[in-house]
Design a protein around this ligand. Structure first.
Ligand SMILES: [Zn+2]
Length: 293
């Protein structure tokens, strides 16, 4: 066996609800430059980007446009694929979360691991939900009672959810970041996330009833529930390279060397994603590079 070094970098996956903007180009080109450098250095390099195609916002937009939902996301994913050619990106893979061959089985396998570990539980959830952010928010996150990003009122939602016991991994995640086993660059972002983790990470809502979200990955063993964004979107980093069947590609390139992301999603990547991998017994990525907008 040759001892060739490997390098695996990812961008965040683009949400297909809206057309590409400069922020996507920034992140794609940044990641592309890093990957090209590693190829020049002789490393076996894999560069993954792609699209996030589930969620209530996409479902509603497709309905409003009176389009078949799969046709809608196919069309919008193509816009982002076109962007990779326009920008001459050297990406090796393009993951789509509506893909049922590689992506869905990986999400369902990961979910199963979390269940085996005893880290998924059922709970009645009541919370304030921002449809723009597709996330529940706490009172303290609001500004004048509105979502600080979308400046709109939140909806009070009461429903059955599965939860992931992220709180169990709070200390461990903190130590991994503190010691740079998960290296967060720049260090200002590292300090930020460590401060957040010091307060303790909370368990996270991990599913939605199909009645509220008919468009997403089915929860194994519960036909009435669909995976919420975490176990769906974040799993793209391992799904496309073959986590479901632990393919050679997966074994060669995972753990990723670098997730390149924007500053607004650090806590999801450094918190929830790492907790999921720890719970599932999957190695964690080596680094996260955070850019501004
Ligand atoms: Zn919002």
């Amino acid at each position: 066996m040759s001892a060739q070094k490997t390098f695996y970098a990812t961008t965040a996956i683009a949400y297909v609800n809206a057309p590409p903007h400069m922020g996507h180009a920034l992140e794609f080109i940044l990641t592309d430059a890093i990957c090209r450098y590693h190829r020049m250095m002789g490393d076996a390099t894999y560069f993954l980007t792609g699209t996030d195609e589930h969620g209530v916002k996409i479902y509603n937009t497709a309905k409003k446009a009176q389009m078949d939902i799969q046709a809608f996301v196919d069309q919008h994913a193509q816009t982002f694929k076109d962007l990779t050619s326009i920008l001459h990106l050297s990406n090796d893979g393009f993951v789509r979360t509506s893909d049922r061959e590689l992506h869905w089985p990986a999400c369902q396998k990961l979910w199963g691991k979390l269940v085996e570990k005893g880290d998924i539980y059922e709970k009645e959830y009541e919370g304030l939900y921002c449809e723009g952010c597709e996330t529940f928010m706490l009172e303290r996150d609001l500004v004048d009672g509105l979502c600080p990003i979308h400046k709109r009122e939140l909806t009070l939602i009461k429903e059955k959810n599965y939860f992931f016991k992220l709180s169990r991994y709070s200390d461990q995640i903190g130590q991994l970041i503190e010691s740079d086993q998960l290296k967060i660059t720049p260090s200002t972002r590292k300090a930020e996330i460590l401060n957040m983790i010091k307060e303790g990470l909370h368990d996270v809502s991990f599913s939605r009833p199909k009645s509220a979200l008919p468009w997403g990955v089915d929860v194994p063993g519960d036909p009435d529930q669909v995976m919420y964004v975490w176990c769906d979107a974040l799993t793209n980093y391992i799904s496309f390279i073959g986590y479901a069947h632990e393919t050679e590609l997966f074994q060669t390139f995972w753990p990723a060397d670098l997730h390149v992301i924007g500053k607004d999603i650090v806590r999801f990547h450094a918190g929830i994603w790492i907790g999921m991998l720890l719970a599932a017994g999957v190695p964690i990525p080596k680094g996260i590079l955070v850019h501004g907008f």
